[in-house]
Design a protein around this ligand. Sequence first.
Ligand code: C5P
Length: 233
Amino acid sequence: PVAQDLAGVSVLISAGGTREPLDPVRYLGNRSSGKQGYALAQVAAARGAKVTLVSTVDLPAPEGVDVQRVETADQLRERVLGAAVDVIIMAAAVADFRPAKRESAKIKKTFDPAHPDDAPTITLVRNPDILAQAVQARGAAQWPVLVGFAAETGDAGHTVLEHARAKLARKGCDLLVANEVGEDITFGQDTSTVYLLRADGGPEITVGPADKREIAAAVLDAVGDLILVRRSV
Ligand code: C5P
């Protein structure tokens, strides 16, 4: 039997990469598998939480989880900002940009022999930062615990952890789950190592190398802790 430590807690989890349409048949997308979000949903539900999973991918629905399908960042934003929940976990890879215009008909190549290399130019516009907007939208009536994810690379000047600390401060969320990505440490692997960083000065925790289920459990432990801290204030 699994401890029901999240009983009575409502959680919204986003999963997968958003798809930003160019025309009725094409989109701009990314390689996010959605597996970490599904693992979070599965573990949270098993621990008693009421879970809504807003997903861009077609994976089997975890037991007891309400799955809502979306495609675009805009649709995801509506679900996230419209939710009245205790916890929001943004595991989705939200596209930073979308095509400025969604063509109503398929974009066609020309058959004009005088211009055999003609190709369209796609203009992009910025997508809203949903997590940042959720931080902004917090009010007295609804003050959810907000969790962000970050895929970081180290560079000459700063380590992954330093980049992650800066992102936590910039985003204003309560907990940031940061993992290192790079040429050898690719997306879609079965195990990874993550850092859990808390905005309240709580401990920085390293988890892994661990599979997505273990990482989910550690993230939810930290979320449970933050809920306890909040309730005791
Ligand atoms: O800044 P960066 O994209 O690395 O931040 C990642 C975190 O922010 C993730 O939790 C992701 O779901 C969220 N995000 C968002 N809206 C965006 C871009 C990222 O909510 N437009």
